[in-house]
Ligand binder design. Structure first.
Ligand code: 5AD
Ligand code: SF4
Length: 448
């Protein structure tokens, strides 16, 4: 290994979901264990890696506009050779096309191939261009060398337990960019959770494109699903909070619902995307459940954990969606009441069945539907936040705030909370919520 000073500096920019955030961190660990060091400044980097997202057209466009900026930067500094790489989901989906459109890119690496990156970088340093987008059978992080790298963790960390998707919703590129569902083993997950807790992490969010599709052999030899895994992780010493995301309604089984009932460490917050409120559209989306299946499920979850806050994802303007279908989406949102939700205009993605479906919806109709849905969801979020004013709430303190003596923490429902306190980062304190802002709370803490 070269000395600290000679090590080449790598800048990783992350687009998209939490899975990409986790991947970038692990990749950082991997490269730090080789001849590289991470930098947070693109300008001083010898190697720029763009960890991309392909979920909607806009995300992909962002890559190409950023590559334009990188090109200008390289042209302004012709004396330095910078390696530019595109990794992640757009890399997987577009492969060589990226190099054709942006010749300054010299490596394109898909999410299943990250363990080969140190080797690939060496080839690129010799002047080669490399496109590596093959799927490997084993989960990629099991293939990573186990060099010990000490990374600074915050109070809260992600832990990927599952990757890929076999559900093939007809709008979604994930099954093509992330491949088939692969679960990490119980041992790997428990080991990583213990390592994080030892490093001072108080909260772990389990990640997966279909996180509740996770399964693995438990200590008792039986096949575990996510519920059983949560019961096991609840025993890890030092952890205060567990979360998981993103779930599919079809994989919310009894043990998982029981975990919400029985585990106080499992936060009463659940992201449970429904996408649309019309059975006809749900069918066309291949979601494989109906509106009433979803409503019944929500009722079962709320019976198990009455204070649970729900979050969701919606798509407006899926091909064939009529005004009447859209009204049903509003009705469903109204019935469920979401504490927070994400909503998107349908974006036609290459290679997905939705692209060739009849009845593509005009852009201006999508705009109008999105506005109406977001108005409703914003109002629900406002009501939810206001309903907490005056209550005493557990807040996990995450960092110091901008003002003297102020700390920023998070509520069980992920809301940022500003509070004056002397308690230290990583502790959970009881805070009286004084005021609800648009997306945050202001609270007071007695024990200051
Ligand atoms: N168009 C719009 N939104 C999409 N999503 C996934 N694919 C598309 C698409 N083609 C949304 C879904 C999903 C979230 C991560 O992104 O709501 O739950
Ligand atoms: Fe995409 Fe559907 Fe899989 Fe979620 S469940 S990743 S929306 S195909």
């Amino acid at each position: 290994m070269q000395s600290e000073d000679n090590r080449r500096k790598v800048f990783i920019k992350t687009y998209g979901c939490q899975m990409n955030v986790y991947d970038s961190q692990r990749l950082g660990d991997l490269l730090e264990g080789e001849d590289y060091t991470m930098t947070s400044s693109m300008e001083e980097a010898d190697c720029i890696l763009l960890n991309t997202c392909h979920i909607r057209e806009k995300a992909t466009e962002k890559l190409y506009s950023d590559l334009g900026r990188v090109r200008v930067m390289c042209e302004e500094n012709p004396q330095t050779t910078i390696i530019v790489g595109v990794i992640g989901c757009t890399a997987q989906a577009e492969g060589e096309e990226i190099i054709r459109r942006s010749p300054l890119v010299s490596l394109v690496v898909g999410p299943q191939t990250y363990h080969r990156l140190p080797q690939i970088l060496k080839e690129v340093e010799k002047g080669e261009k490399v496109v590596a987008i093959d799927y490997t059978v084993k989960a990629k992080f099991s293939n990573l060398p186990t060099k010990k790298v000490k990374r600074q963790h915050g109070v809260s960390a992600f832990l990927t337990i599952q990757e890929g998707c076999d559900k093939f919703c007809t709008f979604c590129v994930v099954p093509y960019t992330r491949g088939a569902e692969v679960s990490r083993t119980v041992d790997q997950i428990v080991h990583e959770a213990e390592r994080l807790a030892d490093a001072g992490v108080s909260e772990i969010t389990l990640l997966g494109q279909n996180v509740n599709g996770w399964h693995g052999k438990g200590a008792d030899g039986s096949e575990w699903r996510l519920g059983a895994l949560l019961f096991r992780l609840a025993e890890v010493k030092g952890l205060r909070r567990l979360r998981y995301t993103t779930s599919h309604p079809r994989n919310m089984d009894n043990t998982l619902i029981a975990a919400h009932r029985d585990l106080s460490i499992l936060m009463p917050y659940l992201h449970l995307p429904v996408q649309a409120g019309s059975d006809r559209i749900l069918h066309a989306m291949n979601r494989r459940h109906t509106v009433s299946d979803y409503l019944r499920l929500v009722e079962r979850i709320r019976t198990a954990r009455p204070d649970i806050a729900l979050s969701g994802d919606f798509i407006v303007g899926f091909p064939g969606e009529t005004d009447a279908d859209f009204e049903k989406t509003l009705k469903l949102a109204d019935e469920v009441f979401y504490a927070s939700a994400y909503s998107f205009k349908y974006s036609s993605r290459p290679g997905t069945p939705g692209t060739s479906m009849a009845g593509q919806v005009d852009r201006y109709i999508m705009d109008e539907r999105l506005q109406r849905l977001q108005a409703l969801l914003n109002e629900q979020q406002r009501q939810f936040l206001r309903s907490k004013v005056g209550t005493v709430t557990d807040i996990l303190l995450e960092k110091t705030g901008r003002h003297e003596g102020q700390m920023i923490g998070r509520s069980p429902w992920l809301t940022p909370v500003a509070v004056q306190t002397r308690a230290s980062v990583g502790t959970v304190v009881n805070v009286v919520i004084q005021k609800a802002m648009r997306n945050s709370f202001i609270g007071t803490h007695d024990g200051k």
